[in-house]
Design a protein around this ligand. Sequence first.
Ligand code: SF4
Length: 386
Amino acid sequence: METTAELLASVKPGFTTISPGRDVVASFDREGRLFSYVAEGRTYRRTLASEVEVRRRGDEAPPGRRPPRLRRRLSRAEAHRLFARALSTAAAVRPQADGELLRRLDEEILPWTPEALLDEARRFARVYKPISILPPDQYLSVVLQATEGCTWNKCTFCTFYQDRPFHVKSEDEFQRHIEDVLAFFGRGLLMRKSVFLGDGNALALSQRRLLPLMEMTRAAFPDMPIYSFIDVYTGERKSEADWRALAELGLHRIYIGMETGFDPLLALLNKPGSREELAEFVARLKAAGLQVGLIVMIGVGGVEYRGAHAQATLATLERLPLGQGDLVYLSPFIERPGSEYARLRRAQGLTPMSEDEIEAELSRWARRLRAAGVKAARYDIREFLY
Ligand code: SF4
């Protein structure tokens, strides 16, 4: 941060941040669009679709625990007021600004109005179907929707893509999508370091259909590594040579929805595959030079499955050939009301684990994996924003 008498400001290649007082910080992308605003202990994050989520720590906590993080989406009227407030903050610091900060205020940030920021929702919807979920280290990627939805869409717990049929973009359609994405981000691309190929399992496409889309991605973003989701049952159809060819086109890490290493629980989730197939698939990806991110759900199956799920999943993870750049995401399980999983769980008399029980289990898994030299991190899908 550069400092004047009262003003702290940072003019980074990807961001402009201003902090006119101790507890107010406003950040903008290089198109001058508000990115985040911090005030009175609350953090406001604007998504690219111009929704705003406010987060703060709660006031009370159980003994020995931190207060929970509270989250709420602002109404459109509240978002309008927040945008006006952030722009007033920027206008108020202008008299003290000079050099690059003054130029960015005048040319990038202050030309925006709250109405124009709200209207970004319409621009976003012209370019994208909703971005339902990303891995935590990809929240600042550039998403390209080579496909929309999921080829399977029948896992009992998953509601991410139920709003859309599976669709593969043609090469022409994908090229237009890339151009629309580039225009939408503009200089906002300067804060993005990777490309995420969506939606649920774009890599499930045959090589014949996938390679041209990967080549187009590479041509548009030659310096950015490419990331994507895949599931075992679709990924295992490709050979090591196929994966190597994708790695040569910039594919860097693949995130696999493993969920559990306990096959009877996987069956309850209606996810095809097995722990043995997963182990073979991961070995193939590693041999092809790819990094992997494995996602497992803590608390799924409830109290009755807790022991078997932990034992089988941890044993599977510990024997995978994981190394530098590979990681395991431990995701606290969130049961969606109305999902097929919720219906089955009730029908089978399974007892849901409480949030505290899930957190304790997650800490235990993390300790065990780290002791085995596996990089493990928390993945709370409620934190996702794009
Ligand atoms: S394969 Fe993945 S995206 Fe598709 S339904 Fe299952 S969990 Fe959801």
